[in-house]
Design a protein around this ligand. Structure first.
Ligand SMILES: Nc1ncnc2c1ncn2[C@@H]1O[C@H](COP(=O)(O)OP(=O)(O)OP(=O)(O)O)[C@@H](O)[C@H]1O
Length: 694
């Protein structure tokens, strides 16, 4: 094969290339590299779309992408958007003006006569060129400043919109794996795309303005010069699009690898895992896993560097050929007398300036399109999430939305059924029960019987699929969920270790200026932990801490209630599991809510703290209505009513004595626990049923 044919073949092969190692979407070559788990990842849809995207598709969709970014920038800051666009346009005008003034300089320099005279004649045009260059530099600096001001404002806007949506969507949305996938995509890639999209859109504008300035100048000088500009700019433009696309495809192919590496690096560097890594001697295993991914990443990136270099070399060679063609054409035009020497000189400068602008433009268009796709993911997610915000939660114009009656007489659950999104079986199946004001009602049952799910439905966190929950005669499905949440204090089975101060950990669920309360006009209403609205102050916080035993925890902290409970920060403290639970209980007690839901509130508490807490619940926690979920059956003996759940149904109900007499599941579970406190190990013995654990 001749060199020319081999060269041509190499160029053709490059033209066909789709991604690293010539593969399509996913993590190409991952299976061959012993990483089959990376062959499918969540970017696949976008990878495929990008791999198939032609320059024509890109050009067709570009206007809408630019319009999107312009709208976003406009919303972020009208002033900075206007300044960015206006200054870029003005800079373009001065580029054209400077190029045209260059002709004047060259005409004077190439005219006849002695050199000093020619230089003097060129001075006015030279002054104009200098002035135009100075002004253009000033305008570009101003535009750059406005653009860099714009980016953080855009970032803030998109972050706020996403988190406003994620904190408002119905809880069920967060159980939906497709929704979570979209969220992750929007949060990681989509959100970051927004400022970049604006940046590349401005670059498209700058490149287009520069190109129009150069092309306009050339058109004025001689119409035949325009094709020369295109001819010389194309090879570099082609090379820059190709290398950018290769880099992009490689980045996409590495997303899954990088995600695995991040997870592993977190595991290896986070103190929470440090003890387990050592005690289980996992270091070698984790490092080995990490190195497997790092080695694959290195291979892919080395391959990218090789392919990019080849493309750049081919682009530079083609550009050399095109430049040769341009100089030959200019020479021929000069020789034929179609172009004065001064104009030819200006044309060379204008072509060089146009080349740079065109290369930048092609590069920016490519990236603008790419970021536009990811920003589309972000917008799509926000719209989907906003559609899943409970409509009735939105404040109606004028009057605040209705809430459930805080001084209810009875909460009724009627024939409620519920299945989690994508779950195969219902978690609740026709449940009916009643909780009267001031009662302590217990839900008991084996793991997975539906207790927590029922409590969440009663707290307005999920909407039942069938049946309804009423507070007096008000169905929860008709009221603002924020108002329901405001009327319920939940001490949850799984609570968050908020990385904040001890005080904030107790008080953050009852903020006097919370937007929900402000909107709904609720501040000052209802009973506090001590039965008064003032319970929300320092006294209320201290009372809640005393009631839960959190006061003893705080007494041992260096800065008392102002101690930061996060060891990752200087002076931060770490608590034990039970100490954290005391704070979680205090947070629940501190809430200004008539219904208190306690879901396994003592799992991590020591015997004394547990006894203290159940005593408090038994005395109705300052006059509140209590829904208690616990496996410690000794503590539900004093409940006004006990509902026993099995497979999402109520199978028994009544007080302790009635259920024991019934001899059903409750009696069996109670007897098993009671037996553990007796010397006789036989749980089936008749005494077991009458034995009362401490
Ligand atoms: N977010 C969820 N998505 C899908 N299914 C869920 C979800 N949460 C719970 N479930 C399922 O619903 C059923 C009831 O769970 P729930 O947590 O209400 O039981 P529970 O009685 O509180 O159990 P435990 O005593 O172990 O706390 C279980 O089968 C569980 O697997």
């Amino acid at each position: 094969m001749t060199f020319g044919r081999r060269f041509l073949r190499a160029v053709l092969l490059l033209g066909k290339e789709r991604g690293p190692r010539g593969a399509g979407p996913g993590a190409p070559g991952a299976a061959d590299a012993g990483l089959p788990e990376l062959t499918v990842h969540m970017w696949t849809a976008r990878t495929g779309e990008l791999a198939e995207t032609s320059m024509r598709t890109m050009a067709r969709r570009l206007p809408s992408v630019i319009a999107r970014s312009a709208r976003l920038a406009w919303r972020a800051s009208r002033a900075d958007t206007t300044v960015t666009i206006a200054l870029n346009l003005a800079a373009g005008m001065f580029t054209a003006f400077g190029l045209l003034a260059t002709t004047g300089v060259l005409t004077a320099l190439f005219s006849g006569g002695p050199t000093p005279g020619r230089v003097r004649a060129a001075l006015p045009a030279l002054a104009l060129v200098a002035a135009a260059a100075g002004l253009r530099a000033g305008l570009q600096a101003g535009a750059g400043w406005a653009q860099s001001r714009l980016e953080p404002q855009v970032q803030r806007l998109v972050e706020l919109r996403l988190y406003e949506a994620t904190t408002a969507v119905h809880l069920a949305a967060l159980d939906d794996s497709a929704f979570l996938d979209e969220l992750r995509r929007a949060q990681t890639r989509g959100m970051a795309a927004a400022p970049r999209l604006v940046q590349y859109a401005v670059d498209v504008l700058t490149g287009a303005v520069g190109l129009v300035a150069a092309a306009g100048t050339l058109g004025l000088l001689h119409p035949l010069l325009l094709p020369l500009l295109l001819l010389t700019a194309l090879p570099e433009g082609w090379a820059s699009v190709r290398t950018a696309r290769m880099e992009y495809m490689t980045d996409l192919a590495l997303v899954a690898v990088l995600r695995r590496k991040w997870i592993l690096s977190d595991l290896m560097a986070d103190r929470r895992h440090a003890a387990e890594i050592r005690s289980f001697t996992m270091r070698g295993f984790l490092l080995g896993e990490y190195d497997r991914f790092a080695a694959y990443q290195r291979e892919v990136q080395l391959d990218l560097a090789r392919r990019q270099t080849i493309t750049r070399v081919v682009g530079a060679a083609l550009k050399g050929v095109a430049m040769g063609g341009m100089y030959t054409s200019l020479g021929l035009m000069l020789w034929a007398g179609a172009l004065p020497l001064a104009v030819a000189g200006t044309a060379v400068i204008a072509i060089r300036s146009g080349q740079t602008s065109l290369t930048n433009l092609v590069f920016a268009v490519n990236h603008c399109y790419e970021e536009g796709l990811y920003f589309g993911d972000y917008l799509g997610f926000c719209e989907a999430a906003e559609a899943r915000v409970p409509r009735r939660a939105l404040p109606s114009p004028g009057a605040p939305p209705a809430g459930p009656p805080r001084d209810f007489e009875v909460i009724t659950v009627e024939d409620v059924a519920f299945t989690y999104p994508a779950a195969e079986r219902p978690s609740l199946n026709g449940i009916s029960l009643e909780v009267r004001r001031g009662e302590v009602v217990a839900l008991v049952g084996e793991n997975g019987s539906g207790k927590t799910t029922l409590a969440k439905i009663m707290a307005g966190l999920y909407d039942p699929d069938a049946g309804e929950v009423r507070w007096d005669d008000v169905p929860l499905s008709t009221v603002d969920p924020h108002r329901v949440w405001d009327s319920v204090a939940v001490i949850a089975q799984e609570y968050t270790h908020w990385p904040m101060t001890a005080r904030q950990n107790i008080t953050m669920g009852r903020h006097p200026t919370s937007p929900t309360r402000e909107k709904a006009g609720m501040d000052g209403g209802g009973a506090g932990v001590d039965g008064t609205a003032e319970g929300g102050g320092e006294d209320g916080m201290l009372a809640a801490a005393r009631a839960s035993g959190a006061d003893e925890v705080v007494a041992g902290l260096a800065r008392g209630y102002d101690t930061l409970l996060d060891r990752r920060f200087e002076g931060g403290a770490e608590l034990s599991g039970g100490q954290w639970q005391r704070l979680a209980v205090a947070r629940g007690f501190f809430r200004d809510a008539p219904l208190l839901i306690c879901d396994e509130p003592t799992a991590a508490l020591d015997a004394r703290a547990e006894h203290h807490l159940f005593e408090r619940i038994r005395t109705h926690a300052d006059g509140r209505t209590v829904l208690l979920i616990t496996h410690r059956l000794a503590s539900v003996r004093h409940a006004d009513r006990i509902y026993v759940l099995e497979h999402g149904r109520v199978i028994e109900e009544g007080d302790h004595a009635r259920l024991m007499a019934l001899g059903g599941l409750y009696a069996e579970l109670y007897s098993l626990q009671a037996a553990a406190y007796r010397t006789s190990p036989d749980p089936a013995s008749p005494e077991a049923a009458s034995t009362e654990p401490a």
